[in-house]
Design a protein around this ligand. Structure first.
Ligand code: ADP
Length: 250
């Protein structure tokens, strides 16, 4: 089966010389939900940005990223972005319009969806994101958590086959977090989630990949990786409470 996401010996150096990724390789099957864990500065955001071609290929990139077998290059970006929905860490980087309606409709209209169908899609996706009826609200006046939901609605409106989420729960209250978790669990698409929310990783993800200093330092079933306290501590993480009595491979 062609992987939904394939990272093939990917290295990346930022302009200025900061090496952010070193020989990262892994793949994710369609429908799989995988956590990317690691301390601050490990390279998680840099890795995710490559999935949508948001970092320049030259001069810093080596290796390849493929989405359903198609290499992400400047020539394929248009097609790739139709398949990959990206939720940025900071919603303010994603919200561009004067109203929630316009913001969520932007993607589908770009993809050529008819106006009437888009109106319905916007309403549906706002409901799914837990903010039904927010069409006329102004994004810049919403709370951080509400903004994040608008971004999520905008991503879902494009019906992506791959969902990339950078710290999706970082500014949600407990109810918002629970609702987001339920929503993400209900989706059938491939999901790659960079998060410090280790309980979320345990509950939602079948697999976890740990990055540190730009390298993959561990990979395996999420419960096994996260239950390995020594591994977690070594890479600036901690064993989640829910796994306190679970031993690695136990
Ligand atoms: P994480 O998401 O795991 O916190 P990042 O991918 O943001 O890590 O950062 C990885 C490394 O790349 C860090 O050393 C960071 O300082 C560096 N970095 C991130 N963005 C830039 C940038 N735009 N220019 C130069 N260096 C950057």
């Amino acid at each position: 089966m062609t992987p939904a996401i394939e990272i093939d010996h990917l290295s990346y150096v930022y302009p200025g010389g900061r090496k952010a990724l070193s020989d990262v390789s892994f793949s994710i099957t369609p429908g799989e939900c995988v956590a990317i864990l690691g301390p601050n500065g490990a390279g998680k955001s840099t890795l995710l940005l490559h999935l949508n071609g948001l970092l320049p290929e030259k001069p810093g990139r080596n290796g390849c990223v493929r989405i359903f077998g198609e290499p992400v290059t400047s020539e394929t970006l248009h097609r790739v972005r139709q398949q990959v929905g990206f939720l940025f860490q900071d919603p303010d980087d994603q919200l561009i319009s004067a109203t929630v309606r316009e913001d969520v409709a932007f993607g589908p209209l770009q993809l050529g969806m008819a106006v009437e169908e888009t109106t319905k899609r916007v309403a549906d996706c706002l409901r799914t994101a837990g903010i039904g009826g927010f069409e006329d609200r102004e994004p810049h006046r919403l709370s951080h958590g509400e903004k994040r939901r608008v971004c999520l609605a905008g991503v879902l409106a494009c019906n992506p086959q791959v969902l990339v989420l950078d710290e999706p729960t970082s500014d949600l209250d407990p109810r918002g977090r629970r609702e987001l978790k339920t929503l993400l669990a209900s989706l059938k698409v491939a999901r790659l989630i960079a998060t410090h929310d280790l309980e979320l990783a345990v509950d939602l993800c079948s697999r976890a990949i740990v990055l540190d200093e730009g390298r993959v330092v561990a990979e395996g079933p999420a419960v096994d990786v996260l239950a390995n306290e020594e591994l977690m501590l070594r890479h600036g993480l901690e064993k989640p409470h829910s796994l306190l009595h679970r031993h690695p491979h136990g």
